[in-house]
Design a protein around this ligand. Structure first.
Ligand SMILES: Nc1ncnc2c1ncn2[C@@H]1O[C@H](COP(=O)(O)OP(=O)(O)OP(=O)(O)O)[C@@H](O)[C@H]1O
Length: 248
């Protein structure tokens, strides 16, 4: 995906200033920066999640496979299947594990038959690393799972509609260290199949899971490059200050 000269406003307050970024399909990209710098706001522009916030306005050009995602003809429901999202707090539907994953493929008409739908559900749960834990209780409620399992269920739900990009907004912040490690492993496994963009407060996590890192500060993209360069040899003073813990 490519974003060019993006500005985002909440009412008259500008939260993102002139941000341009190219998200590589084959990489995991981490968005880092101090609280309030606009990471989540910018992430949400990538699948038009800001459309749901009253008073939010997006300017600039954002393209997926060359298509302007803010074009009038863009089907937003379709877009959010192509660019899926996983939130900070796991938010499964209050339905069965099976239904959580089957819902998207069903509304998008991706299954040719009941058996086909079953296969999509199984494949998505396998990819999300959850199948082994839930295969014997697919009809139990998704909300009865542990937090880490719920988050993997939400990832399976995103995967089920065959996205190109998966956006993750602090996906581990509500999880314990073991569940966090499991999600990080999963991100590694999913790399290459989907472009992944992850917002994280945890710099070690950014360093572990991503190949590209974007550092935001006060609504601006200060520096964007290979994760190893950002963490070992940043070009900008503000990046250096942040990664060495001088502020944030
Ligand atoms: N719905 C909203 N209405 C008004 N202002 C908002 C809204 N959401 C975010 N903002 C403001 O936009 C700026 C960027 O917020 P955003 O949540 O994107 O930052 P962030 O870097 O993700 O922060 P954090 O790491 O704390 O989640 C902040 O000043 C915030 O107060």
């Amino acid at each position: 995906m490519t974003a060019s000269r993006v500005n985002v406003f909440y009412g008259d307050k500008q939260a993102i200033r002139d941000v341009s970024i190219d998200v590589r399909q084959e990489d995991v990209t981490a968005f880092i920066g101090p609280s309030g710098c606009g990471k989540s706001t910018f992430l949400r522009t990538l699948n038009r999640m800001n459309d749901t916030i009253a008073g939010a306005r997006v300017e600039g050009d954002i393209r997926l496979d060359g298509e302007d995602i803010y074009a009038r003809a863009m089907d937003v429901v379709q877009l959010r299947a192509r660019v899926g999202m996983v939130f900070q707090k796991p938010n499964p539907f209050p339905k069965s594990i099976f239904e959580n994953v089957a819902y998207g493929p069903r509304i998008h008409g991706l299954a040719r038959s009941k058996a086909d739908l079953g296969q999509i559900v199984e494949r998505s749960l396998v990819r999300a690393g959850l199948w082994g834990e839930v295969k014997d209780r697919l009809h139990d409620s998704g909300t009865a799972l542990s937090g880490g399992q719920q988050q993997r269920l939400c990832i399976a739900r995103a995967i089920a509609v065959d996205p190109e990009v998966i956006l993750m907004d602090e996906p581990c912040s509500a999880l314990d260290p073991i569940a966090t490690a499991r999600i990080e492993e999963l991100i590694h496994e999913l790399r290459g199949r989907y472009a992944i963009v992850i917002v994280t407060h945890n710099m070690q996590q950014a360093a572990r899971v991503s190949q590209r890192t974007a550092f935001f500060h006060l609504g601006q993209l200060v520096e964007y490059g290979d994760t190893s360069d950002i963490f070992t040899n940043p070009r900008e003073e503000r990046t250096k200050d942040y990664i060495t813990g001088r502020y944030g």
